[in-house]
Design a protein around this ligand. Structure first.
Ligand SMILES: [Zn+2]
Length: 494
């Protein structure tokens, strides 16, 4: 059982909870796979970013100096996440009849607005794939010279079979190379240029239709999708770093390939703790664009979606996600959201009540179990639902002090106020976006007004992104929103 004093993290690589001991304390390196900026992020993506936002916030609370890297994929991510098919960004560029880099800019800007809405802390570094082309080419060269990759017709593939002779391909996902070999015999009949079905592209030759043409020693093409994360994580966090996070769906092939690339280039296993968050389902079914049950942030805020009967604020959704353990699936439904909306407002009301309580000579209540319970549950692999349960034990206590059934000393009151401020606002990152004006720093002050306006407009402006709509509304309120990542708050024009 995790002790109250140390943090335990469930490591997907060892499939156990391990005590967290950073490689170079007090520094911690945290990398998480960011968005491919070809469309708006949906709520499943937001769950993943939120999971690692909590990890970042809690490690910081524990006193670690965290370098947090979250990339932007702006080239090389092909449809179906495999080596064939069109680049996702190019496909969108063709649809919208604009430059691929304009797509990249548009959805990067939009992503930054969405992260602000959900109160996600900006990473320390947000590197892009196109900004690290030289480093990617260098890594491919190293892998080739170590004998773990081969060039064929202007593309370079990672040689999984060769790699498996020396290392354990499949250690993260539990896949067996023998089984993959079996698949190869069937799949390669189609004339694929790869030697082995599980081989993956490090460099993919450009087809005549490709718009984004990049230069390399192997000719014009684009880097493979898995490569950028290996390059950018180790460039900024070192050949070996502490935590790599991402959604469960990225475990294979994406993260498995990241391990193979680092081992193949440097012989170093890059990550000490792998963390994976589970998926979001909708009314019990998997969320997917093709099933029509995926949600964009704007649809959620406006309520303009066939599966919703009303809109919800971003903080309601944040609270809803935190009520489930990040390693469990979470089911998205109207009922669940309504319950979260009520729960969050009960919690915020209790904090407001706490600020008005008068201390007594002595306490009739014991605040220690609430405070210790929150720390213990967070130390147990960031178990936010249990933390929230302890916070609600405190809500009962606060209300009984208010109703004069119990009393609290000056010292206990101070401890409790501090505890709620730190846990609710700093660690869980919640804000009061239901009652405007309650945030003392003035941020997201008029969000409800904005949401109501957006709700009225959104029917005519269906093709607008969340950022487009919100920016329009903010202009009317003389608030500007900056697209660069330095800005984490709304800026009021004076
Ligand atoms: Zn990645």
């Amino acid at each position: 059982m995790p002790s109250a004093n140390s943090l335990y993290i469930y490591n997907s690589l060892s499939r156990t909870k391990e005590e967290f001991t950073p490689l170079n304390p007090p520094f911690v390196g945290l990398y998480t796979c960011g968005p491919t900026v070809y469309s708006e992020v949906h709520l499943g993506n937001i769950r993943s970013f939120l999971t690692f936002d909590i990890v970042y916030r809690y490690l910081t609370y524990l006193g670690y100096k965290v370098s947090y890297v979250r990339n932007i994929t702006d080239v090389g991510h092909l449809l179906n996440d495999d080596d064939n098919g069109e680049d996702k960004i190019e496909k969108r560029a063709r649809m919208e009849k604009i430059e691929p880099m304009e797509i990249v800019q548009k959805y990067t800007n939009n992503f930054h607005v969405v992260t602000q809405l959900f109160n996600l802390i900006n990473p320390s570094i947000e590197p892009t794939a196109t900004g690290h082309l030289i480093e990617q080419i260098e890594m491919i060269k190293k892998i080739i010279s170590n004998g773990f990759a081969y060039e064929i017709n202007g593309s370079v593939y990672f040689d999984v079979k060769k790699y498996s002779e020396k290392y354990n391909y499949g250690e993260l996902s539990g896949r067996k190379v023998d089984e993959l070999l079996e698949q190869t015999r069937n799949e390669l009949a189609g004339g694929d240029e790869k030697k082995f079905f599980a081989d993956f592209a490090l460099w993919k030759k450009a087809s005549p239709q490709t718009i984004m043409k990049l230069n390399s020693p192997w000719g014009i093409g684009v880097p493979g999708w898995h490569l950028e994360c290996s390059v950018m994580s180790t460039k900024y966090l070192g050949q070996q770093f502490d935590i790599h996070g991402g959604g469960m769906d990225l475990k294979f092939p994406h993260h498995e390939c990241e391990i193979a690339q680092s081992m193949g280039a440097d012989g170093v296993n890059p990550v000490k703790y792998w963390m994976h968050n589970n998926m979001l389902t909708v009314n019990g079914t998997k969320m997917s664009k093709s099933l029509g049950n995926s949600f964009l942030p704007l649809e959620l805020i406006t309520g303009d979606h066939p599966l919703l009967d009303k809109g919800y604020t971003p903080m309601t959704v944040r609270f809803f996600f935190l009520q489930a353990n990040y390693r469990s699936t979470v089911d998205f439904s109207n009922e669940a959201l309504k319950a979260s909306e009520k729960g969050l407002s009960r919690l915020i009301n209790a904090i407001n009540t706490l600020n008005t309580l008068n201390p007594h000579e002595k306490s009739s209540v014991n605040v220690a179990p609430i405070i210790e319970g929150c720390i213990e549950s967070m130390n147990d692999d960031f178990n936010t639902p249990i933390t929230i349960a302890h916070l609600f034990d405190g809500v009962k206590l606060i209300n009984s002090i208010k109703n004069e059934k119990e009393s609290i000393s000056k010292e206990d009151l101070k401890r409790l106020k501090e505890h709620y401020n730190v846990f609710v606002f700093d660690i869980l990152g919640l804000k009061d976006d239901i009652n405007p004006g309650n945030n003392d720093d003035g941020t997201i002050n008029n969000l409800m007004d904005i949401i109501i306006n957006i709700r009225n407009q959104s029917k005519e402006k269906r093709d607008w992104t969340t950022a487009d709509l919100i920016r329009e509304e903010l202009k009317k309120l003389h608030i500007s929103i900056q697209d660069n990542k330095e800005s984490s708050t709304w800026n009021y024009e004076t």
